[in-house]
Design a protein around this ligand. Structure first.
Ligand code: GLN
Length: 524
């Protein structure tokens, strides 16, 4: 089945993935390719439209990323964004040079509402700008369809050929009507029907898996994270008992997490598959005994995962497919978008197991963004608590315990973390109930970590010498930068007193105020 596709050609802009996500929010399927991709390949895909992204270079400089002029002669609508717009003008005979005034941030743009790109867009609208160069002269046969106080060509169009160039970034949320502008392009100008939806994705994916796998056997390492869980759900719906999932409990999971995974995917759960749980806690703790260096800890945890997985795989024998929860950002970030099969080094693994005997890789989620994976998960009936779980590092609590890891410290951090999440969730839910909206302080990620600091305290008139727990809560959109969240003081107080009272071995609680950068979200 040919699906309507829009292609994003990536010139190294910061927001390239956002462009594709916004297009998909218009229910149009979209893929990202490097500007190095041969035009023949683009033609083969028969896209309904092409979008050129922004990028750090100046298109008039030698060696700057470019593309063949033929792209604009295919009869396919093209939208250039920022660098992409400048490049389009440059290639087609316009002029791009260093701007006398650079624009950065939210800028008022005046648009020509009669252009199909700006249908239903306000005459004056706020857009996100980030450029040093500007289009001083549009290419021949292009009309100027937007300007700002400092930028005479904020958008230009050759409507007969469906070529559009815009200096601002519609994909960034600061551009107030950005989504409408992109929708005008893909739905209006490219004429896409917009029938890319998650329920059709799930159905189609199930069909495709059945065709590809036939009566073969599939093996999947289930980590309990969102991606591998959704992959497991999808594969199970498609091929049932031909799927075997190996779930390694390394003893560094959050409190009750192993049980929750088993409840969903284990015997008696809602999915039909072979489920193998390996309780490798002791094995991990003994490998980790005495190890304090963070990178070494990560390495041991990753390597041990491969060993355990291999041992299980050997018991199962040869399989036809090794499945992985690779998702689209992994594909794009590996720099190989669509050009060849990419094998994600599993976040738990750090490489593929050498000994697993398989013929092919199966990556049923490799076309999806994270939020789409979640929607697919809900579609498959995976419980919300699992689908919306917080990001959790592959090495688990191992990197939320500073210094040596042992069973006792794992217990402390599990219990403290559980209390903390419970209280934050409760306070957020109460706020939501009272105000009909989420509190502004609601963090995107929040957890407890165990510092390696012990200090003197007094409890029940007796001296204590116990550990300090650190609470972390951050607000972040992209997980690349983050701010410490302003959790109300009374919530933190409740958490503190519950942790001190309920968790043996803790006599102090700290709140981490550090933003990222300079801090990281995790501790080690
Ligand atoms: N490098 C170009 C400029 O400075 C384009 C910037 C961009 O694409 N955001 O104008």
């Amino acid at each position: 089945m040919a699906r309507e596709t829009v292609i994003v050609i990536d010139f190294g802009g910061q927001y390239n993935q956002l462009v594709a996500r916004r297009v998909r929010e218009c229910n149009v399927y979209c893929e990202i390719y490097s500007y190095k991709t041969d035009i023949e390949k683009i033609k083969e895909m028969n896209p309904k439209g092409i979008i050129l992204t922004g990028g750090p270079n100046s298109c008039y400089e030698e060696g700057a990323p470019t593309y063949t002029k033929e792209l604009f002669e295919l009869g396919i609508p093209v939208l250039g964004l920022c660098y992409g717009a400048q490049l389009m003008m440059h290639i087609l005979g316009g002029k791009v040079e260093k701007a006398p005034v650079r624009e950065y941030g939210k800028i008022e743009v005046h648009v020509d509402q009669t252009s199909p790109l700006f249908t239903e867009i306000n005459e004056t609208t706020i857009c996100w700008m980030s450029h040093n160069d500007y289009i001083s002269q549009a290419a021949p046969n292009f009309q100027i369809i937007a300007h700002t106080a400092d930028c005479p060509v904020a958008a230009a169009a050759n409507a007969d050929k469906n070529l559009y160039a815009i200096q601002f970034h519609p994909e960034v949320l600061h551009t107030l009507q950005g989504k409408e502008i992109l929708s005008n392009f893909v739905r209006g100008i490219c004429g896409c029907a917009g029938d890319w939806k998650m329920d059709t994705f799930v159905e189609t994916a199930i069909q495709e898996i059945r065709e590809k796998v036939g009566d073969g056997k599939v093996l999947l390492a289930l980590s309990g994270g969102v991606d591998s869980s959704v992959a497991a759900g999808l594969l199970s719906r498609a091929i049932g008992k031909q799927l075997t999932c190996v779930f390694v409990d390394h003893g560094l999971l959050r409190k009750n997490e192993g049980g929750e995974v088993e409840q969903v995917f284990g015997p008696g759960g809602q999915f039909d598959l072979n489920f193998i749980r390996v309780n490798a806690q002791e094995r991990y703790y003994s490998k980790l005994a005495g190890v304090t260096e963070p990178e070494q800890k990560r390495k041991i945890i990753g390597e041990e995962f491969i060993r355990v997985f291999e041992e299980e795989a050997k018991k199962i024998g040869a399989v036809d497919f090794l499945a992985q929860g690779t998702i689209y950002p992994d594909v794009v970030e590996s720099g190989l978008g669509g050009e060849s099969a990419v094998i994600k080094s599993h976040h738990n693994v750090g490489g593929l197991p050498d000994f697993v005997d398989f013929k092919e890789i199966s990556e049923p989620l490799r076309d999806l963004f994270k939020d789409e994976v979640r929607t697919a998960g809900l579609e498959l009936g995976i419980p919300e608590a699992l689908v919306f779980r917080q990001p959790f590092p592959g090495p688990g609590l191992g990197i939320r315990i500073i210094g040596e890891v042992n069973a006792e410290k794992v217990r402390i951090v599990q219990d403290a973390d559980f209390i903390y999440r419970e209280e934050v969730d409760k306070a957020a839910a109460e706020y939501q109930k009272a105000n009909g909206a989420e509190p502004a302080w609601k963090p995107n990620q929040y957890f407890a970590a165990l510092t390696n600091m012990r200090s003197v305290g007094v409890m029940g008139d007796e001296r204590t010498y116990d550990y300090a727990v650190a609470l972390r809560a951050v607000k972040t959109i992209d997980f690349m930068t983050a701010e410490s969240a302003e959790i109300p003081f009374e919530v933190l107080q409740t958490v503190m007193s519950r942790i001190i009272n309920e968790v043996r071995g803790v006599n102090r609680v700290f709140y981490d105020l550090t933003s990222k950068p300079p801090g990281t979200i995790e501790f080690e």
